[in-house]
Design a protein around this ligand. Structure first.
Ligand code: BJ8
Length: 425
């Protein structure tokens, strides 16, 4: 690894040996999962490069920005409004929560039966292996599920610059007022952090930047409705994962370039999978980098994932923020409107999610749905049983899986996924 990065990681206080182990693991897993795919679009080179530099060049870029006075904000959830972060020229980065690390240490702070995503956040901090956590000037936690909200009380002891945002759990008028007040409180906090004040012009610009990357993702999603699917679900998931790390405008340009190539492929009926391959919507808990286990099993079994109903996917990106308002209040309200539509399972009731899944099945011509749940995630696990029943009544074949970040259940998952794909063929 280049010396310059070693100096950088050292300066950030990373445990260089443990960090090396993590990078080797991710590089190996990336090679096996992504580089071994057949019929990959050429323009995926961009993502190969981004991943190879995710702890290198991107961190250096963020550190250079910090040296120039700009701020970096880390987040664990899609409820953190990036538009407001952009309005003070700061960068928002999603924090790694997709792999087990330092589990023994983690279980000194959290019960064993805690969702892997939460444990992962602790593991990356306790193991001193995440340069994003160490680069961030502020880390935003959000009171969403019980696991997250209670764990932030503990995480605060490890991360003094943790800022916790309250998120309502219902969608009535009172809840919306709370949501709006919390976004205003967040605006005040980022203004204080950056020393810049958010005005209508800055916020409009922030909205337009974030919308551009969402629009690029929307274009990609539409192209995935073609048969043969022009891109694998794994590569599309990777695009959705990189969404949380990359510079937004560079990301939008690069995804648009991928889309240009996919349009070309579609015009020649060229696909990542053969025409008629079983088509799957995967729905449920977020798949944070570097969690690729379930999609890899699904696509190795010959099916292609054509959409993700997930926060690392359409739940997180599907709506744009209206940018036509002229005043700060109008623009903040537009942001609140946009984020209040997110149909996370922490809301009760949450009928929009079922509607979204059924729309996606139709839009992407899916043959079945795989409900993906992380172990001990009560909101998604409970919702998934109900969803499976209703989707079954609608004649949509559905498989419900529950997993974690270990390799222990790969054999059992593989058998169940292969049987499901056989069924829907
Ligand atoms: S908006 S899905 S990113 S909260 S998997 S930690 S729910 S126990 S991640 Fe999420 Fe925001 Fe909702 Fe999306 Fe809890 Fe479940 Fe773990 Fe989860």
């Amino acid at each position: 690894m280049c010396n310059e990065y070693m100096v950088l990681w050292n300066k950030l206080g990373l445990d260089l040996e443990a960090h090396d182990c993590l990078l080797n693991h991710v590089t190996e897993s990336y090679r096996e999962t992504f580089l071994s795919q057949k019929n990959r679009p050429q323009s995926m080179d961009y993502l190969d490069f981004v991943i190879s530099e995710v702890h290198g060049l991107r961190i250096k870029e963020l550190m250079d920005k910090k040296a120039a006075g700009q701020k970096v904000i880390g987040a664990f959830c899609v409820f953190v409004p990036e538009e407001i972060v952009q309005a003070v020229d700061a960068s928002l980065v999603g924090l790694c929560t997709g792999a087990d690390f330092s589990m023994e240490e983690v279980e000194r702070f959290l019960p064993r039966n805690t969702c892997p995503l939460i444990k992962s956040a602790f593991g990356f901090k306790l193991g001193n292996v995440c340069p994003y956590i160490e680069t961030a000037d502020m880390i935003v936690g959000e009171n969403t599920c019980d696991g997250k909200k209670k764990s932030y009380e503990v995480l605060k002891e490890l991360i003094p610059n943790l800022y916790v945002m309250d998120i309502p759990q219902t969608k009535g008028q009172v809840a919306r007022r709370l949501f709006s007040a919390e976004y205003l409180r967040f605006k005040d906090a980022v203004e204080e952090l950056s020393g810049l004040s958010v005005n209508a012009e800055r916020l409009k610009q922030g909205i337009e930047i974030v919308n551009k990357k969402r629009q690029a993702i929307h274009r990609l999603s539409r192209l995935r409705s073609a048969d043969p699917a022009p891109i694998s679900g794994l590569d599309a998931l990777l695009v959705n994962q990189v969404y949380f790390y990359e510079n937004p405008l560079r990301f939008a340009d690069s995804v648009n370039r991928i889309c240009d190539e996919l349009e070309e492929r579609i015009s020649h009926s060229k696909g990542a999978f053969p025409k008629g391959a079983p088509r799957i919507i995967i729905s449920g808990c977020p798949m944070a980098l570097p969690n690729w286990k379930a999609p890899r099993l699904i696509e190795s079994a010959g099916a292609v994932i054509v959409g993700e109903e997930s926060c690392v996917g359409e739940r997180g990106t599907r709506n744009l923020t209206e940018s036509s308002g002229e005043t700060l209040v109008e623009l903040i309200e537009a942001i609140v409107d946009r984020y209040f539509k997110i149909d996370c399972a922490i809301f009760t009731p949450n009928p929009e999610r079922l509607n979204h899944i059924t729309e996606m099945v139709k839009e992407y011509k899916a043959d079945g749905v795989i409900l993906y749940n992380l172990q001990f995630c009560q909101p998604y696990l409970i919702e998934s049983m109900h969803l499976q029943n209703i989707l079954g009544e609608k004649g949509i074949p559905t498989l419900r899986i529950e997993t974690d970040y270990s390799a222990e259940d790969i054999g059992q998952l593989k058998t169940r996924i292969e049987a499901f794909i056989e069924l829907i063929k």
